[in-house]
Every structure is written in C-alpha cells, then in structure tokens.
Ligand binder design. Sequence first.
Ligand SMILES: Nc1ncnc2c1ncn2[C@@H]1O[C@H](COP(=O)(O)OP(=O)(O)OP(=O)(O)O)[C@@H](O)[C@H]1O
Ligand SMILES: [Mg+2]
Length: 322
Amino acid sequence: MELAIETSALVKVFGTTRAVDGIDLAVPAGTVYGVLGPNGAGKTTAVRVLATLARPDGGEARVFGHDVVREADAVRARVSLTGQYASIDEDLTGMENLVLLARLLGHRKAGARERAARLLDAFGLSDAAGRQVKQYSGGMRRRIDIAASIIRTPDVVFLDEPTTGLDPRSRNQVWEIVRIIVAQGTTVLLTTQYLDEADHLASRIAVIDHGKVIAEGTPGELKSSVGSGSVHLRLRDTAQRPAAERILARTLGAAVQSGADPLTVTARISGSDLVAAEQASRALAELAHAGVTVDDFSLGQPSLDEVFLALTDHPATEEVPA
Ligand SMILES: Nc1ncnc2c1ncn2[C@@H]1O[C@H](COP(=O)(O)OP(=O)(O)OP(=O)(O)O)[C@@H](O)[C@H]1O
Ligand SMILES: [Mg+2]
C-alpha cells in the first residue's frame, strides 16, 4: 500500500501552545482521509505543515516520500490547498479566475479556457462563470475555491473544513466534488468538525484533540467504539423524566445522559444498526406502555460530541480564539 502522507511524532508549537503535539499519520494513496476534531484541535496547523506553509518544530512529515522540510519543492509540486489560502480574486469572474490560474500554471490560452470551462461545468458553476466571485453565495465560493486548487491535477488535495457553514444542499455539492477528485486518483486529506461528513467521505479517520490523535480507524470502527448510535427523546412533561430514564436504561442496557434541556433524554445504543433499531422500537413501546408521553423521538448516529465524550471524557467544546 503506497502512502500519500506519513507523519511521525510531528510537532508544531506556537509559544506555549502545542498546536500539533506528536501526530503520527499514515494516509493511503488514492483515498479520502478524514481528520476530525473540534475548534483548536490543530487541524489547520497540521495541514499547513503538510503543505509546507509552516515549518514543523519536531518529528517528520512526508508527502509521497518527500520530506516537507528538506524537499519542500517536491512536496509543493504535488499538493494543492484550498480554503482560506486559495488565491481567488473577488473582482474577477469565476471564469477569469480559473483561466488566470491555469495560465499561471503554464497552460496556453486555449488550453486554459478549456480547463476552466471543464471545471466550472463539473462543479455546477457554468451559469455563474461570467459573474464576479464577490457575488457568489457561500456554497459557490467554496466550490470555486476547490476548482481553483485542482486546475493542475494534484496528487494530494488538502480540504480544510470545506463545508463549515454551508447549507445541506451546498454541502452535498462539495461532497460530490470530493468524490470526483478522488475518483481521478487524487488523495484527499479532509479536515472537518462533523462526524457524519467524515463518515460519508473518508475511508479512514483520525480524531484529533489538543494536537494529538486520540483515535484512528475506519468510520465503522470509530462509531462502534462509541456505540452505533443514540436515542434522543423529547418529553412533554419533565415529571416523567425519571420514568423515561429508567425505561431507557432497562431496554437499551445503556447509559442515559441527561442534557441541559430538562425535557430531553439521550441514551447510547451499542451493536449493529439493526440491533439499534430493534432496541429503540422496544424502548418506545415500553414508554407508551408506561404512559410516558414522548413528543419527539429520533435514532441518530453518534455526534462528534458523543464521540469525544466517549474518547476523552470531556466535551468537544474548546477555547474560543480571542
Ligand atoms: N499562528 C498562530 N499563532 C499562535 N497560536 C496559533 C496559531 N495558529 C494556531 N494557533 C493555536 O494552535 C491551536 C490549534 O489551532 P488550529 O488552527 O490548528 O486548530 P483547528 O483544529 O484548525 O481549529 P478550527 O476548527 O477552529 O479551524 C489553537 O490553540 C490555536 O489558537
Ligand atoms: Mg482550522
């Protein structure tokens, strides 16, 4: 198995903050690899080091075998980065931006236009090709950023939280683009704060917190380590909460969590999806039988918060940057 990215004991410090604190990663070539973590976990810092935009303070990182410090040029020739670093000019149209970048990358005029048109088409931006980027919506902007980053088909694409703040439709479009990119053989390293995003796209996921990898594996392995999902109940009457908690604990054999909202009760379920569904329906029947009124009931995947709680015993809330 060829590795696109390999790090060992990678460290990056800012003053007293160990933003990346000894990270080991092995990203198989040709896959989407998810780096999942809350605000301040060190995702962007790790990506910047891998993309040669920041120098590590310890450990090693290689991209297709090339050291990010000693062979930075070789690394740069193979990677592309999107997000806050994409060099889009807001005053130019989508087409003008892509043509300009293609020209800078050495395409001739006709070739540049052709490449730009193909990308705009693939990313659903043909209709907006003649509009200034500053008039684009957030989702369109994210897509033109990604398009700009793959004008030259790179071996590795870093997508740093490509869907944060997007509505579900735009998010799905970005997901589709990620699938297009990986289908052409490119390796994608994707950072995200959303477990479901990593679950949909990534073959493997590293969960990071405070600069350290706290779990690594396939999405299935990660989810089953915290139970296959959660039951969320919303009660009509807070007085029925103790009864609801008792019934859930008994039928699900799981720890019941009481959130801040006195009307909601959450319990984790372990086992396969099928077992989870079966257990959940039994719990519902028993609640009805006991006369507990349930206004809302859902069976969901564990959230990143729940994954974190299970892995670290602390919630995924982080210091807000000053
Ligand atoms: N240039 C910098 N100078 C000082 N501290 C920094 C710098 N860049 C990042 N940090 C700190 O390093 C830690 C990791 O930050 P980083 O931006 O890598 O997190 P992140 O996982 O990308 O978070 P987010 O989800 O909010 O983008 C944070 O504590 C942050 O405040
Ligand atoms: Mg970040």
